[in-house]
Design a protein around this ligand. Sequence first.
Ligand code: 5RP
Length: 302
Amino acid sequence: MPDVEKKESKEADKKDFHVSVPMETPGFFLRGSAHLDWGMKNRLSRIFNPKDGRTVMLAFDHGYIMGPTSGLERMDLAIPPLIPHVDCLMCTRGAIRSCIAPDTNKPLVLRCSTGATVLKELSNEVIGVTIEDAIRLNASAVTAQAYVGGPFEKESLANIGYLVNEGCKYGIATLGVTAVGREMVRDSRYLGLACRVVAELGVHFVKTYYCEPGFDDVVAGCPVPVVIAGGKKLPELDALNMAYKAISQGAAGVDMGRNIFNADDPVAMAQAVRAIVHDNEKPQKAFDLYNSLKGKRAKSGK
Ligand code: 5RP
């Protein structure tokens, strides 16, 4: 995509995102969030650590389109051991109510879209969760995905707008996820367009994919914090490398699923990702940490 940009590709080549000039964040630590209400800021401060402005979100909402995908066959067994090592949980209301203890002191980003599965057209979604139920669950943010350029682009963008409208009534933030349809290329031009579109619709933070080259342009062109999805399972060192590169280029964290819960040792992987995001650890050091934690856990049988 986008054809419109191809037509004016000479113009597009002239874009300057001033990546070396950080966006100012006057009065509040998160970009683009200075003028939000107290409640919204408080909820965002639960998701993002105010000390460094970053987050490690654990995504385990896959079942809503994929059913019992590998690694999440038993959410009640897979997720609780990971919770101490992440900052935030991203999942459906069915998962949180059935498998996560309510005394969990981690903020919830609630998946609210529905209507599609891997068996049909994924972009054909509606919002299936009321804001009242999100409030009942004490969600810090609600989320749906935008299929920019996809068959149901308009509907998916309307879903995002709806969540922003409803969430803003009660100070609940919206995460805009940029889903990439089969026919789309995950390059900086497409992801930059999609991130900017959902930010302009009013979401408070954006989840997208890492790309190279040009991820720093994607982040710079998006006036709210950007976190990356992990995507398909990679070898652990590669996943840590990707997280490191994303953070170095301005991402405010990760919202990672398969690369954590499908790792050889998911608990060790959550801690290694955390070391990259919050301790600025280099990928090889984080991988050494992963192997050492994995070795210790194998020895102790825990
Ligand atoms: C899909 C989502 C998923 O939560 C997310 O992409 C899954 O994370 P991962 O790709 O790291 O497994 O929002 O749109």
